[in-house]
Ligand binder design. Structure first.
Ligand SMILES: [Zn+2]
Ligand SMILES: [Zn+2]
Ligand SMILES: [Zn+2]
Length: 175
């Protein structure tokens, strides 16, 4: 374990265990604070330390330049593959090096149900953050015209009520 930052800067208590959110981000709460899923509020000390999720090297090569690709999780839990030869210049606010990026979208599974609107099969769509919805298999998104195509039937399923899933939306912003 890393011992250097194990004490809460707000109240001096020890920090609790490292926990992981539904979207794969890691955080450490003050041991004097806890998340109450009923009230959607922090109780006690509200200090939360976000931990860096180290990018994961992939076996895949960049189609642009041939360097290794890495998997990165943004602070909003979106996943992307990006080229390890690319980076972000914080001072100039520009991308330097190779700019290859591939966003990872959710997954779709075929269902044995039919759409109540048009009778076509439904699919189960799982977003990267783990939210699920049933949607019509004829529905799509025309990214060139920026509009929905086909049948627009969508039914969001109740999210699995995990503490970390709900907690993240109400946590104080990262410092
Ligand atoms: Zn504290
Ligand atoms: Zn590249
Ligand atoms: Zn439909």
């Amino acid at each position: 374990m890393n011992e250097q930052n194990d004490v809460c800067p707000k109240c001096g208590a020890n920090l609790g265990e490292v926990t992981e959110t539904a979207t794969g981000r890691k955080l450490q709460r003050c041991s004097k604070g806890s998340w109450n899923p009923q009230t959607h509020k922090n109780e006690g000390c509200e200090y939360v330390k976000w931990l860096e999720v180290p990018p994961q090297e992939l076996e895949e090569k960049c189609p642009k330049c041939g360097a290794n690709l890495i998997m990165q999780v943004t602070r909003f839990g979106k996943k992307m593959k990006k080229c390890s030869a690319g980076s972000w210049d914080k001072d100039k606010k520009i991308a330097v090096g190779c700019d290859y990026v591939e966003w990872i979208n959710g997954t779709t599974e075929k269902l044995d149900e039919t759409c109540p609107k048009c009778g076509e099969p439904l699919v189960l769509f799982t977003t990267v953050a783990g939210k699920k919805m049933k949607k019509c298999s004829t529905g799509g998104w025309d990214s060139a015209a920026k509009k929905a195509t086909g049948c627009e039937y969508v039914l969001w399923l109740k999210p699995g009520q995990t503490v970390s899933d709900n907690g993240e939306e109400f946590l104080p912003p990262e410092e």
